[in-house]
Design a protein around this ligand. Structure first.
Ligand code: ARE
Length: 588
């Protein structure tokens, strides 16, 4: 057994409280190296005749990635404390692994050898709002969804959809337009909307805030926004806003004051200014988002700034009853700020959802004291590389996804924000080179994956566009120009996700087949008694697929066609068309 590959660390994604009484324990070993793993565990204070009392439980393999196997077990320690180690076996050898190293025999004379989960304190358990688990999000870029009130059009507004967007063009999307199309969203089946910023700002994307307490007049007024939120709630749709707290806009009054008064400004410590007078070119002499001089970084360590931003965060919840905050550039803001942010918003609405925009591994923000979720771009990249770009084959895709799932605790995965694209990425149909069948497979994978999916406006009707600003075209409302077949596909997937718990975020995903020749994957999602089997043929060739042995004798329901049949013949072969798929519910 390769000792160097064996890894565990408590109070991390390898050992965490799943709920108020259950601990999840994971172990990593070299791929295909270890045959069996047992958890050796006990309460640290239970001894008999000078020997620490332990029990042993077999762990199961929960998945593999490129290099490693992962092992898993759940434990309910009666006194909420646990000391533990691992007993590993291959064909010939046995090895004990503890916090202090490797042994031939399990040490019994001192619990100090062992890994330690000192106490399961309920207040520290990661808890995201329950409703998020049943949410299908829809992302709206307000400037481009629908123009419902032309009187609000900013100067130079182009007529809807008349041109490709540029970094500075306006098409006049507004709240009234969204209100007029809420029934479209209900018909699609989504039940959460994520709005990119809506506060007063000069650009079309509104990430350069002038005033965090005002709605941008091009979208409407506070009354109209309130009406929009209330209507959404009536229709069972939650509302999430974008909090751009890493930086303000250039025309934010405190920054203007610093520009004007320099070192004498009472706001000089609201930003990170390296020297006076301020200069924006060639590169700003103050911290900014990227090198964008129009986006000066806010000093969130300054108590005045903190108070101001926390007042903003609570104001929109208190006055407008919004349900979530998406935090822009979340990983560049200090952790302490986010801890206080969480306390402040949860104090007034305990089930508000906090979603960080982080494109990378995000464990430090997901320990229960900061965010409920992050935008799961590692998932996005995996899906794009396999389905859209063909950069990886089936087995490597399964490795990527398994790795993503093992990077976080399961309770974090259950509310992860899984997107295929956003206003910051090229549209999926464009990345798929216009191949709609690939897009359909991607939607199937996304909507059957653990976590909460988010659909970027227009992807469901086959809109196209490259990198920003190309991906921000006006929503197409002429039904003849919408891909209604794709719409029906997404609608049906959402409805299946709502009907079957195992289909949605509660099911545990296991890859049961990956084949690099045919490039197909098969996986199951299981929740309690319910198992659903998915087969995705990610290839331009037909696939002859044989039902796996363990399904012999089971009653299967094809959830796409509603056909039912008993898998009782010796071999059941099915032919999948190029980019075809199968969804079977397996009856007990
Ligand atoms: C404009 C241009 C872009 C140009 C950018 C930087 O349009 O082509 O790249 O300037 O000079 C908003 C607007 C953008 C605008 C930007 C600056 O929506 O259109 O871009 O302001 O004016 C990183 C950050 C992540 C950030 C992305 C864009 O980590 O936080 O970059 N995303 C948020 C929002 C954006 C928003 C801003 C931040 C600023 O979602 O819409 O931009 O408020 C890798 C890296 C990531 C990187 C990602 C994308 O994977 O690992 O860290 O994200 O690529 O570049």
């Amino acid at each position: 057994m390769l000792k160097e590959a064996i890894y565990h660390r408590p109070k991390d994604n390898f050992a965490y409280a799943y709920d108020d009484k259950t601990l999840h324990i994971r172990l990593r070993t070299k791929k295909d190296d270890v045959k069996k793993v047992y958890l050796i565990y006990g309460d640290p204070y239970i001894w008999e005749n000078g020997e620490w009392q332990t029990e042993k439980k077999e762990m199961r393999k929960s998945g593999s990635d490129d290099l490693f196997d992962y092992w898993f077990t759940a434990i309910i320690p009666p006194y909420r404390r646990l000391r533990y180690g691992f007993e590993l076996h291959d064909e010939n050898d046995m090895l004990i692994y503890t916090e202090k190293g490797f042994y031939d025999e399990a040490p019994k004379d001192d619990t100090a050898y062992y890994f330690c989960f000192p106490f399961l304190n309920k207040i520290d358990v990661f808890k995201a709002p329950e409703w998020v688990k049943d949410t299908v999000w829809y992302q709206i870029f307000p400037e481009r969804f629908a123009n419902g009130n032309e009187k609000l059009n900013p100067k130079g507004t182009l007529s809807w959809g008349s041109a490709d967007p540029t970094p500075t063009s306006f098409f006049g999307g507004d709240f009234e337009g969204i209100i007029q199309h809420l029934d479209y969203l209900v018909e699609l089946g989504i039940n959460g909307i994520y709005f990119t910023p809506i506060f007063k700002a000069p650009s079309n994307h509104k990430y350069d805030t002038i005033d965090y307490f005002e709605i941008d007049p091009q979208f409407g007024d506070k009354q109209t926004f309130k009406r929009l939120v209330d209507l959404c709630h009536e229709k069972g749709i939650r509302v999430m806003l974008d909090a751009v707290f890493n930086h303000s806009g250039y025309y934010f009054a405190p920054f203007q004051d610093v520009l004007k008064n320099g070192e004498k400004s009472k706001y000089k410590d609201w930003f990170h200014i390296r020297e006076f007078p301020l200069q924006t070119k060639p590169i700003p002499n103050y911290d900014t988002f990227a090198f964008v001089g129009e986006m000066p970084k806010l000093n969130t360590e300054n108590p005045e700034v903190k108070k101001y931003l926390l007042d903003v965060a609570t104001y929109w919840i208190r006055e407008f009853d919004i349900d979530g905050w998406r935090l822009d550039v979340a990983n560049e803001v200090d952790h302490q700020f986010w801890r206080e942010f969480r306390q402040a918003v949860k104090a007034i609405k305990p089930d508000v959802y906090i979603l960080g925009e982080i494109w990378h591994d995000s464990m430090p923000w997901l320990r229960g004291d900061q965010f409920d979720a992050v935008m799961n771009y590692p998932f996005t990249n995996g899906a794009l590389r396999y389905f859209a770009k063909g950069e990886v084959k089936a087995s490597q895709f399964a490795n990527i996804i398994t790795n993503v799932l093992h990077s976080y605790p399961n309770n974090v995965n259950e509310v992860a924000f899984n997107l295929l694209g956003s206003h910051d990425t090229p549209r999926i149909l464009t990345i798929c080179n216009g191949n709609k069948e690939k897009v359909k497979l991607m939607f199937l994978f996304q909507l059957s994956f653990t976590g909460t999916p988010c659909i970027y406006y227009g992807d469901e009707i086959g809109m196209t566009g490259g990198q920003d600003p190309g991906c921000r075209k006006c929503m197409i409302w002429d039904e003849d120009k919408q891909d209604r077949d794709l719409f029906a596909h997404v609608q049906k997937l959402i409805s299946l996700r709502k009907t079957y718990k195992a289909f949605g975020n509660r099911g545990e995903l296991r890859f049961i087949e990956t084949n690099d020749e045919t490039n197909h994957i098969a996986y199951t999602k299981t929740y309690e008694d319910e198992t659903i089997l998915f087969v995705l043929n990610n290839s331009n060739q037909e696939l002859e697929w044989t039902l796996p042995l363990h399904l012999k004798g089971k009653l299967l329901t094809n959830l796409w066609t509603n056909e039912q049949f008993a898998a009782d013949t010796n071999e059941i072969k099915t032919t999948l068309s190029p980019y075809g798929f199968l969804i079977y519910k397996v009856e007990k």
